[in-house]
Design a protein around this ligand. Structure first.
Ligand SMILES: [Zn+2]
Length: 309
C-alpha cells in the first residue's frame, strides 16, 4: 500500500523508510489541525505494525485486513469514554498494564491514543512511565491537534510527526482520485478550506446533501407548481456555477425517480420526462456565460408551464 496522504513529503519519506527498515518508532505523536489526515496516517502505521506480508502494510494479509476493519486484537484504540471529554488516568493505567501483555497474533501491539491532548497531567504522567521504558513489542500512536497540548516530557519521548494541508493542486488531485466529486467543486471547496482535505470533503458532502434536499423539495412542486416557493429554493444556487450545476444534476435524478414512480399515470410521467429533457438543456447553458438568476427564472417558468402542456 502506498503512503495514504497528499503532500507531507518529509513525513512520507521518514515513515516509509522506518517501516521498510522494520524500525517503526515505539511512540509516534501525530499532530495537526483536524482534516489533515491524522487518523488516516495512524491507521496506515498501525497496519504496517501488524502486517504479516511483504512490504508492510501489504493491505491483503490477515493482519492488515483485521486492522482495517477495526477487529485486530493487537490494535487497541483509546478515546474519551462515552459522555466524557477526557481520556482518564484509569484508561491510561489499563493501557499500561495491557502493554506488557504479549501480542495475540502480530509481532507488535499498537495502542492508538486518539485525542491525546485531552489527557490531564496525571494521565499524561501515567503514560510517561511506559513511554520511558516501552516493552519492545509495543507501538504507541498519539493523535493530537498540537504538540503544545502535551507535556514536554511526553513529546520528547515520541517521534513527532506534524501534518499540514498540502498544496491545493495536490489536494485536488487526491480528492479527484479518491472520490466522485467533480473538479471545479473540489477546487472551490479546497479554496475555502485552505487545502485542508478533511474540511473540503465535509463541505463537498454537505453541499451535495443540501443540493439533494433542495432538488427533492423543488421536484415536489413540479406537478403542483408554486413559482414563488420554487424561486425561493433556487435562490441559494444563483451564486455559484458549480453549485448551480450540482443542483441541476440532483434535480435530474429526482425527476427521473419521480417519472419512474408515476409510470402508470401517463400524463404526469410525460410531463416529467419532458422536463428532464429541459434540464439537460439548462445544464448545457451553464457552460456558457449565462446569468444564473435568469437561468433559474427560466427553469421555474418551464416547470410552471409543465401543467399547461
Ligand atoms: Zn499486510
Amino acid at each position: 500500500m502506498s503512503f495514504p496522504l497528499a503532500g507531507n513529503e518529509r513525513v512520507r519519506d521518514a515513515l516509509t523508510a522506518a517501516i521498510a527498515a522494520d524500525r517503526i518508532p515505539h511512540a509516534v505523536l501525530i499532530y495537526g489541525e483536524k482534516g489533515t489526515g491524522r487518523h488516516t496516517l495512524a491507521r496506515f502505521l498501525s497496519r504496517a505494525a501488524v502486517c504479516g506480508g511483504e512490504n508492510p502494510p501489504c493491505g491483503v494479509c490477515r493482519g492488515c485486513r483485521l486492522a482495517e476493519s477495526g477487529a485486530h486484537p493487537d490494535v487497541i484504540t483509546a478515546l474519551p469514554e462515552a459522555g466524557k471529554k477526557n481520556i482518564s488516568v484509569s484508561q491510561i493505567r489499563r493501557i499500561r498494564s495491557e502493554a506488557y501483555v504479549k501480542p495475540h497474533m502480530a509481532d507488535r501491539r499498537v495502542f492508538i491514543i486518539d485525542g491525546a491532548g485531552t489527557m490531564n497531567a496525571e494521565a499524561q504522567n501515567a503514560l510517561l512511565k511506559v513511554l520511558e521504558e516501552p516493552p519492545g513489542s509495543v507501538v504507541f500512536i498519539l493523535i493530537a491537534e498540537s504538540a503544545a497540548e502535551l507535556l514536554d516530557t511526553v513529546v520528547s519521548r515520541c517521534t513527532a510527526v506534524s501534518l499540514v494541508p498540502p498544496e491545493i493542486s495536490e489536494a485536488a488531485e487526491y480528492i479527484g482520485r479518491t472520490s466522485d466529486y467533480g473538479g471545479p467543486r473540489i477546487i472551490s471547496a479546497l479554496e475555502q478550506t485552505g487545502g485542508n482535505i478533511g474540511a473540503a470533503l465535509e463541505l463537498l458532502s454537505g453541499g451535495s446533501a443540501a443540493a439533494r434536499s433542495a432538488a427533492e423539495r423543488f421536484a415536489a412542486y413540479l406537478l403542483a407548481p408554486d413559482e414563488a416557493e420554487m424561486l425561493k429554493i433556487t435562490a441559494r444556487f444563483e451564486k455559484s456555477r458549480t453549485e448551480a450545476d450540482l443542483f441541476l444534476k440532483e434535480l435530474k435524478l429526482c425527476v427521473a425517480r419521480e417519472a419512474r414512480k408515476r409510470a402508470s399515470d401517463v400524463a404526469a410521467a410525460k410531463k416529467l420526462i419532458s422536463f428532464y429533457g429541459e434540464l439537460s438543456r439548462f445544464e448545457e447553458s451553464l457552460k456558457i456565460n449565462i446569468n444564473l438568476s435568469l437561468l433559474f427564472c427560466a427553469l421555474v417558468c418551464r416547470a410552471a408551464g409543465l401543467n399547461q402542456i
